[in-house]
Design a binder for this molecule. Structure first.
Ligand code: PLP
Length: 255
């Protein structure tokens, strides 16, 4: 018998298998960790867009978290779509007495196709309650502009840091240009930057894969910068061998 580091995942179910909890489970497994998956919401979606979502009862999620925590050591937590503000509150409560566990927050607000995955109450609960407890948050350009109330990447990231978020990884996957630039902002240290050649197109679930891979690295005890770097390799490989699943975006192959 052997053990692997455990990553608790709280995210939504995407039945196309491209994004959400399936992406997280695959990324965490590919990097040698054992996923502990808790579903926040069920979505109606294909590889093109999200058409609906229904949040799970927060009381049930609280029971699942408490039940797990009573039995299983948790080495990192990763969140994606969170379903409702009430679910965010449950997680904040859970993490408040577990602040030694690295929490990776992918602040999912909208699907690439434009479908909503968070309302204003959820965004507020996440910004005020969850971000201060995070090890790092991983917004894409659209999410960062909305959360930091500024179209300028650095200004938006700095605003989130000032509001109490310890680290912001501004991801460049949804941008344009020959290279993807991911930038890590932290209070009191220089900005770090990673550049990766961009393959054409958008890939369903690439943001989920990156954040889940970072959580796996942190669960293994890697420093944040190393966890980010390793996860970027995973994303690059998964995109390079992406699968055609439906008529919309290809799906990164994280196997
Ligand atoms: N989580 C769920 C359940 C989703 O449906 C989506 C997008 O559709 C995402 C997360 C975010 O996906 P991406 O990694 O492409 O940003």
């Amino acid at each position: 018998m052997h053990q692997r580091p455990h990553v608790l995942i709280l995210s939504g179910l995407d039945p196309s298998g491209g994004a959400g909890i399936q992406a997280d489970i695959q990324a965490v497994t590919a990097l040698g960790c054992h996923p502990l998956p808790v579903i926040s919401c069920l979505t109606v979606q294909d590889t093109r867009n999200v058409y609906g979502a229904e949040a799970i009862d927060p009381a049930l999620i609280r029971q699942q978290l408490d039940c797990l925590a009573g039995d299983v050591p948790i080495h990192a937590v990763k969140t994606g779509a969170l379903g409702s503000a009430a679910i965010v509150d449950v997680l904040v409560d859970f993490m408040q007495c577990r602040q030694d566990i690295p929490l990776i927050v992918d602040p999912v607000i909208k699907a690439a196709g434009g479908g909503d995955l968070a309302d204003d109450h959820l965004v507020q609960a996440m910004t005020e309650g969850l971000f201060p407890l995070a090890d790092v948050i991983t917004p894409n350009g659209i999410e960062l502009a909305q959360l930091g109330h500024d179209d300028d990447t650095e200004a938006a990231a700095r605003r989130l840091l000032e509001a109490g978020c310890p680290a912001v990884l501004a991801t460049g996957g949804h941008g344009t240009g020959p290279q993807i630039i991911n930038r890590l902002f932290r209070t009191g240290t220089d900005t770090q930057e990673w550049r990766i050649d961009r393959l054409g197109g958008e890939y369903h679930g690439s943001g989920c894969t990156l954040a889940a891979g970072i959580a796996a690295g942190r669960a293994k005890g890697l420093p944040l910068e190393d966890a980010i770097e390793r996860s970027q390799y995973l994303v690059a490989r998964a995109i390079d061998q992406a699968l055609t699943v439906g008529k919309g975006q290809p799906v990164p192959d994280r196997s």
